[in-house]
Design a protein around this ligand. Sequence first.
Ligand code: SF4
Ligand code: WCC
Ligand code: FE2
Length: 636
Amino acid sequence: MEKITVSSDPAATEMLAVATAAGIDTVWDRHRMQQPQCGFGSLGLCCRICWKGPCRIDPFGEGPQFGICGADRDTIVARHLARMMAAGAAAHSEHGRHIALAILHLSQGRLADYKIHDEAKLLAVAGRLGIAAEGRAVLDVARDVALKTLEDFQNQDDETPCNWISASLPAKRIDRLRQLGVLPHNIDATVARTMARTHVGCDADYTNVLLGGIRAALADFNGMVLATELSDALFGTPSPVVTTANLGVIKPTAVNVAVNGHNPLLSEVICDVAHEMDAEARAAGAKDGVNVVGICCTGNEVMVRHGIPLATNYLSQEMAILTGALDAMVVDVQCIMPSLARVAACFHTQVVTTMDENKISGATHVSFHEETARETARRIIALAINAFGRRDQARIHVPDVKHTAIVGFSAEAVIGALSKLDAEDPLKPLIDNIVNGNIQGVALLGGCNNTKSTQDESFQVIAKTLAKNNVLLLATGCGAAAFAKHGLMTQEATNLYAGDGLKAVLTAIGRAAGLDGPLPLVLHMGSCVDNSRAVALATALADKLGVDLSDLPVVVSAPEAMSEKAVAIGTWALAAGFPTHLGTVPQAGGSANVVKLVTEDAKGLFGGYFLVEPDPEVAAGKLVAAIKEKRAGLGL
Ligand code: SF4
Ligand code: WCC
Ligand code: FE2
């Protein structure tokens, strides 16, 4: 039986004891119930693509080596991975399309509850997409930006790449991707094509299948970058803000509303309306009014834009309900555990689903549409205020665990902070410090939690080791939340864990930017779609140096990856040219050829490759070595 691992988060561990005492199952209990997990599935050697199956390939070479249709282990593993990439691309791109359509409808005067909060960002985006903006009304520009974005879902010319990817990567990288035939021309078509070619009796050349998957993963990148940039135009580009994180942000004296999921279209309005309903909450007996807290990525979105405190990340979302003080959990899309409704049934908490295509049996569904956003948000908060009255005071147990977190480091914010050192040439101080070795390289830590790892632990081990080795740390998604929850997004963490070179640079930037000390050890860039922010920063560096992304000492790590979205992100990180660490062993080990392709051969094709290593100490060492190799390539 696999070693049973739980969490390194003291708040989650404390709540787990509460769950056990109450006989309520959590994600960790269900993980245990699933052991031992299927060996064929773990190796990617179980095919369920048609109803002649399921077919299983004997990993030891003694039993069947081909599925009933004749598919071999390489085809079976590759098809499964490619479909995961397509699913990830679909998820992120649906989110992106939702935002693009909201901007289109806003520009048509159909949405009274939204406005363009960041006109400068809108104009910058328009410029990147080749849309003339001078002298034009903001909403006209917004319409053109939305239409140009929607072309990325409609273009039928295979030779014309998507607008956003073309505007977001260095020209050298675009050329390389074009030569390899993996530059997406249309997000939807690329997802559909990946599904089509992996249908029974289609693509049976594993390299070709995987190149198709990589194209889908790059469509995921395209969906992600447009989601980030349009969200900034709509709701504001993040800039540094001080807030708090972990379950201690839930206030027994307030009506607590958690926003969980991904899409800021809903959570932004919830945050706005919450303030307006403080008086109603007080009238119901909550002396601190309405307290909105975040979970998962929609939590990250409102955290980096408005400093809304973050309750927790993916794996411990059930624990927020177990505090007995959460009055509503409002969910939209992605990474929402279906178990929430069952846990909430043991408490007074309202789980409110809001997207018609993402319902959960046992939850209350309040259908969300942008046209009536505020009204819907008010209804949801009214449900929370009502639920507050049904709290069982005896069952309230909020762990006294929370940490300060300085968050909100968009690419613009990072460059803005650097400009305080050199207004003319903001990237110069960063490049100078990479060249002189004060900063050895940059690592982006992102991705999920996974019950196969001790929650948040490998993030912390890897970050501390990299920091000691003077690697600048960026974070997104549940990884960023892990750092926020554990106090690694603080100035104290920089003083404690950063190597001398890194500490000196973070201190110089922090002081110049008016902080009384260094920047935090890990820079919170936002949600999972905001991985695009790290690419924006890397692209700015590459363009300034006249090199490709694969030349830069930049690495990526997803130590606890689990979702199809994480598979897509990891794969486009590889295709962008970055050595990419996975701490979860992918369901691919059954094909030595596929493993070799993505861990070795990819390096020659893309410059990036997967580095699979579950042990965080060893992984950190390999990431440092990968950074040194890239530095050597640059003659550093
Ligand atoms: Fe089996 Fe082939 Fe069907 Fe897969 S597609 S289940 S290998 S027959
Ligand atoms: Ni992104 Fe992974 Fe969190 Fe979900 S929210 S759990 S994909 S990192
Ligand atoms: Fe996410």
